[in-house]
Design a protein around this ligand. Structure first.
Ligand SMILES: Nc1ncnc2c1ncn2[C@@H]1O[C@H](COP(=O)(O)OP(=O)(O)O)[C@@H](O)[C@H]1O
Ligand SMILES: [Mg+2]
Length: 232
């Protein structure tokens, strides 16, 4: 009887530990998701600040320079002052265009407005390594999935350019209950998920959405990075 009692006590204790562990795991999942979301929200805030602040100020400054220039031209059309104004205007234009690029890199407005296909085309059109877009879902995926997919694709393609020594790469995205995101290259291979912070960041981002990230990268035979993210 004593032995049976002891066994029952152990099994109760096990159940308690099991429940505790499950609760902790749930907590950990939620906090991971919160961390990623907080990062995205911060990106949006910075983009808005840049757009409403510095960018607006530069636009009105550019207008004022143009006006002032016209006035000055009437009074005396001196060559030297014309060249100076040219330079001021050129610098302002450049600052404005840099600011726009920076802001759009932060919030990915193309992604929000026109979806994953357009945003991926935007990346591939600037890529020095030719990239074929083999497949894109016809429908929009949930926003968090599109954002994660975009980060996977842009990091994977940046890696192809930086590290792979590949002659070409391809991108494939399929929708459905579980979105599938795949980027392949024909380069050096031999990569593992533990190799760097870029890949680890992707694994975290995908993991926070209860998804999975896999690498298939035999040495000398190219790299395929594959993410699977539930859409439900
Ligand atoms: N497509 C690839 N082909 C070959 N090597 C790669 C590829 N992607 C990543 N690597 C290797 O894995 C390492 C880690 O990648 P990553 O985590 O993105 O870090 P980072 O790009 O900052 O170096 C890279 O430094 C590179 O050596
Ligand atoms: Mg990288």
């Amino acid at each position: 009887m004593r032995a049976a009692g002891a066994a029952a006590a152990i099994s109760l204790e096990n159940e308690r530990l099991d429940a505790e562990l499950r609760a902790r795991l749930e907590e950990l999942r939620a906090s991971r998701a919160r961390i990623v979301e907080a990062g995205d929200a911060e990106r949006r805030r910075i983009e808005r600040d840049l757009h409403d602040g510095a960018q607006q100020r530069l636009v009105s400054l550019l207008l004022n320079v143009k006006l002032a220039r016209r006035e000055a031209g009437r009074e005396r059309a001196e060559k030297a002052s014309g060249a100076l104004w040219d330079e001021v205007e050129g610098q302002l234009r450049q600052a404005l265009s840099e600011l726009r690029t920076l802001a759009s890199g932060i919030l990915l407005p193309v992604l929000a407005d026109r979806g994953l296909g357009a945003a991926v085309e935007e990346i591939t059109s600037r890529s020095p390594v030719p990239v074929e877009i083999e497949q894109m879902p016809a429908e929009r995926l949930p926003e968090r999935v599109e954002v994660a997919a975009y980060f996977v694709i842009s990091e994977a393609l940046a890696n192809v350019v930086k590290h792979a020594e590949a002659s070409k790469a391809s991108v494939r995205v399929a929708g459905g209950d579980r979105a599938l995101i795949e980027v392949s290259d024909d380069g050096a291979g031999g990569v593992t998920l533990e190799d760097g912070s870029g890949l680890r960041g992707l694994a975290d981002r995908v993991g926070a959405l209860e998804g999975r990230l896999e690498l298939d990268s035999p040495a000398g035979r190219g790299t395929t990075i594959r993410a699977e993210i539930p859409c439900g």
